[in-house]
Design a protein around this ligand. Structure first.
Ligand code: G3H
Ligand code: ZN
Length: 279
């Protein structure tokens, strides 16, 4: 199967009133586990590699190419997405490698600059046959869109999308990144207002901090892409810890990373299922 464009999958979700999960890859086991989970429940999935993860690996080509090959080897439509990127060279490299979905993160920039840069990146991605997600939080907010307390204004969001021609928009509605517990409360009224004001699919970041009922309520209110990173790291690490604790002589990484990868697959299938049937 060819790697899907982000916007094509999200348009289906918009039509169905559902959402797709977008899961972050750090190790190859993440990508393998995410695809195994999607295949187990037979639902499309978005696999994303963040600029931070690229920095960790010292480059995109190796981890990005491996992920693209895994996606192409699946029977499912799978989007391979570059997440939270602000480096234009990296975005161009991702497009050259075959990524069909990119998030340009200009959320820390002043309004005019975020608008101009996002519009230029949208043109670049569209010319390469890829779709683009942008982010709008507190205009000029120093901590980006997903710091606690930041909210996206529906009027500004509509203007931003019309001016930049982005295909989807990440909004600040009460979540924050890398929460270790699921205690975030999403602002459902704001999601509904944003959904009414903005024609493109809405994206929820920092979704590990939201419990199952909150995720489903956010989808019912209008979220179409749910970004989850920390939660998968938790289940991976819990499984690894259990294996290492059970046998302190263990040294073959396959013996502990294998169960970690299997735990990711189970959690991905579970989450995709509840996003596909939000009630
Ligand atoms: O872009 C990725 C996410 O927003 C993941 O956030 O690690 O808090 O789930 P999370
Ligand atoms: Zn994010």
């Amino acid at each position: 199967m060819t790697v899907a464009r982000g916007v094509d999958l999200l348009s289906v979700a918009q039509h169905l009133g559902t959402a797709y999960g977008a899961f972050n890859v750090i190790q190859l086991e993440h990508a393998e586990g995410i695809i195994a989970g999607a295949e187990a429940i037979e639902l499309p999935v978005i696999i994303q590699i963040s600029q931070n993860a690229v920095q960790y690996h010292g480059g995109l080509a190796a981890i990005g190419t491996a992920t693209l090959i895994m996606a192409r080897n699946s029977e499912l439509p799978i989007v391979v997405h570059l997440d939270h990127a602000d480096d234009v060279d990296l975005i161009e490299e991702a497009l050259d490698l075959g990524f069909k979905s990119v998030m340009y993160d200009g959320s820390r920039l002043p309004w005019e600059e975020n608008l101009a840069r996002t519009a230029a990146i949208a043109k670049l991605c569209h010319n390469a046959g890829a779709s683009v997600e942008a982010e709008l939080g507190e205009v000029g907010g120093k901590d980006g869109a997903h710091a606690p307390g930041v909210r996206t204004d529906p009027g500004q969001a509509a203007e931003f999308v019309a001016e930049t021609l982005v295909d989807s928009l990440a909004v600040a509605v009460g979540t924050s990144h890398a929460m270790a517990d699921r205690s975030a409360v999403v602002d459902l009224e704001l999601i509904a207002a944003l959904e009414a004001a903005v024609p493109v699919p809405l994206v929820l970041h920092g979704s590990s901090g939201v419990d199952d009922a909150g995720l489903q309520a956010a989808v019912r209110a209008g979220i179409r892409k749910v970004n989850i990173g920390t939660r998968l790291n938790q289940v991976l690490t819990e499984a690894v810890r259990e294996q290492l604790a059970a046998d302190p002589t263990l040294s073959d990484p396959r013996k502990y990373l294998g169960p970690g990868r299997a735990a990711i697959a189970v959690e991905v299938a579970r989450l995709l299922g509840l996003l596909a049937k939000p009630g």
